[in-house]
Design a protein. Sequence first.
Length: 148
Amino acid sequence: MEGMELRVPTPDDEADWRRLWTAYLDFYETKVPEEVYRLTWERIHSGGAFEPKCMLAVVKTKPVGLVHYIYHRTCWSPANNCYLQDLYVEPDLRGTGLGRVLIEAVKRAAGEIGVTNVYWMTHETNATARRLYDRVARRTGFIEYDLL
């Protein structure tokens, strides 16, 4: 998309990051406490190897999309895995390729440190996202279980 850039958020981006992440959470009809916003923002900027990472998609100086991803160890390989936790593009820009660009950026960042396994989940009813995911990745067939 013309005029689009990807970048790591700066401290000045907190309000836009919060706006985008809140919209993502609203889509999934969930909320997190203020403490989680604060702690996640701090962790994104901490630089720790296993802390969440973030990239913003910016069009004409306005952040319009975000991706959160986390590296973690695995028992199946000496290399870490990368979990793409949150992916969001503003509704009026869906279908423009921004989601694909954000996924490819995570894959590229992971590859730069030797991580080849990038994976994620989505809700089965998220048809719009699944159309993209079916084009850029393989569906593994695994079913998620949570202990509540």
